[in-house]
Every structure is written in structure tokens, then in C-alpha cells.
Design a protein around this ligand. Structure first.
Ligand code: NAP
Length: 239
């Protein structure tokens, strides 16, 4: 699959670096503002990694060069399939993707929505599947996906920061606390993905009666962690 990335910002670079990590020999063109777009004519997939307010200008430049059968993928939040489609010839497939920054670690989560040919979604699943997991969703849920997995790493980084502070207060060095926390998160996430059990059942399995885990959990419940997390994600979805 011949891929061209438009936009050399945060997410465009993360995706290119991820693909390079998977296959160091793979050439992936990444075009910044003002660079020649000749490579777009040979692309199977054009991945638009620009801010929502930059989309229209970019599409006006790209549309005349894209050949029929190409798939245009936009990672921009809040930019609908209809508005993308309106700026492109009908023979171009259009997909919305909402990845997150851990694509760079090949541990990304990408939501995909598409109303055109199955091949367009399949190309995106192949592309983003090499950088983590993908899910297909209805387009009406794309803003929700932005709040869930697009913004999600930031929620986790905040929790990690506080948890490391706790480790430092307990006497660990920053480096040791960081490893303890990050690997614990990685392991807990791996058990959720590997198991059919509800998270409540996994929590019960690590909570000894009258032990220290339940003491920590009670503090989190007193801090209303559940409703705080739900309200945070809803606020992001509505922003
Ligand atoms: N960052 C994330 O974690 C993340 C996650 C999921 C989705 N997204 C989405 O990804 C999009 C890009 O986000 P970002 O954080 O990567 O933004 P960014 O760092 O600002 O990168 C956008 C890049 O695109 C360039 N650009 C603008 N118009 C262009 C054009 N016509 N041709 C070529 N390059 C052009 C910009 O150049 P200038 O600096 O000259 O404007 C900039 O380098 C946004 O729509 C965002 O919603 C981001």
C-alpha cells in the first residue's frame, strides 16, 4: 500500500515513525505545507494529518492530483465525512480515523468510520492495525471516540503523574516510581484485554479481605473517582 501523509506535525510524525519502526525499509512520504504534492498522484492512501481548520485548504490543493480509487483518510476531530466528501471527486473513498499518540509505540487505539467502499476501511485497518488496535464505529460516535481514545492518553498521564508522586512520597526515586507505575498500568491493561471478565471481577481477584488493596480502593471511592472519570470523558465529548 502506497501511503502519503499530509502534515508533519505531532500525529503525522508519530505515524511515520511507527511505520518506520515496523519496517525500516519502508519509504513513507510526509509532506509539509508548501511542499510538492506530486507523490499524491501515486498514493493508495492519503492520510490527512492537519488541524480541522486547515482541512479545506489542504483538500482544495490535493483533490485535483488524487487519482480515482485513492482513499483519503482524515484524522481531524469534528470534521464530518460529508464535509470531506463535498470537497473531493466521488471516485475518492473517504474515511475518518481517530488514532491516539501511542501509535508511535505500536500500541495505538484507532476508531474508524466510513460510508464508502469496504476497501477503504480495509486499507485503514491494515494501516492502523500495524500500529495497535482498530475498531469500526458509526460516524455519529466519532466525537465520543475522540473523548475516549483520542484524549485518553492525557487522562492516563495525569494519573501516572500523581501515582509517581505517591511513590516519591513513599521513598522511591522518580525513575523507580515511574517504572513501577507504568508497568503496572501496562499489565492491568493487558489483563483487561486478555480476559472476558468484567473489570470488577478482576479487581475482586486482587483484593484480599481486610487487606491493603481495599484500603486504597476506599480512598479512591471517597474521592468519587468513578463519577469524576465519567464526567471528564463526557466533558471532552461535548467540548
Ligand atoms: N495530536 C494527537 O494526539 C492527535 C490524536 C488524534 C487526532 N489528532 C488530529 O490530528 C490533526 C493534527 O493534529 P496535530 O496535533 O498533529 O497538529 P499539528 O502538530 O499542528 O500538525 C499539523 C501539521 O500540518 C501542517 N499543515 C497544515 N496545512 C497543511 C497543508 N495544506 N499541507 C501540508 N501540511 C499542512 C501544519 O503546518 P503549519 O504548522 O505550518 O500549520 C502542521 O505541521 C488534528 O486534526 C487533530 O484533531 C491529533
Amino acid at each position: 500500500m502506497h501511503l502519503v501523509i499530509i502534515g508533519n506535525g505531532t500525529i503525522g510524525r508519530a505515524i511515520r515513525e511507527a511505520l518506520h519502526r515496523v519496517d525500516p525499509l519502508r519509504e513513507v512520504a510526509m509532506l509539509g505545507r508548501g511542499e510538492s504534492i506530486a507523490a499524491v498522484a501515486d498514493a493508495d492512501v492519503v492520510l490527512l494529518c492537519v488541524k480541522p481548520h486547515q482541512i479545506q485548504d489542504a483538500l482544495e490543493t490535493l483533490a485535483p492530483t488524487m487519482r480515482p480509487g485513492t482513499t483519503l483518510v482524515s484524522v481531524a476531530a469534528k470534521t464530518t465525512l460529508a464535509s470531506l466528501r463535498a470537497s473531493l471527486p466521488t471516485a475518492i473513498g473517504v474515511v475518518r480515523a481517530m488514532p491516539n499518540l501511542p501509535v508511535g509505540e505500536l500500541a495505538g487505539m484507532t476508531a474508524l468510520a466510513c460510508e464508502s467502499e469496504p476497501k477503504d476501511l480495509e486499507r485503514c485497518e491494515e494501516l492502523f492495525g500495524t500500529m495497535g488496535r482498530t475498531v469500526r464505529i458509526e460516524e455519529r460516535l466519532m466525537d465520543a471516540a475522540t473523548a475516549m481514545n483520542g484524549c485518553g492518553p492525557a487522562y492516563v498521564y495525569l494519573i501516572v503523574e500523581a501515582w509517581i508522586d505517591a511513590g516519591i512520597k513513599l521513598g522511591f526515586s522518580y525513575e523507580t516510581a515511574r517504572t513501577l507505575v507504568a508497568q503496572t498500568l501496562l499489565g492491568a491493561a493487558a489483563s483487561v484485554l486478555a480476559s472476558d471478565e468484567h473489570p470488577a471481577a478482576l479487581k475482586t481477584a486482587v483484593t484480599t479481605p481486610a487487606g491493603c488493596t481495599i484500603a486504597g480502593l476506599m480512598q479512591l471511592e471517597d474521592g468519587r473517582i468513578r463519577s469524576t472519570i465519567v464526567r471528564a470523558v463526557l466533558a471532552a465529548a461535548e467540548a
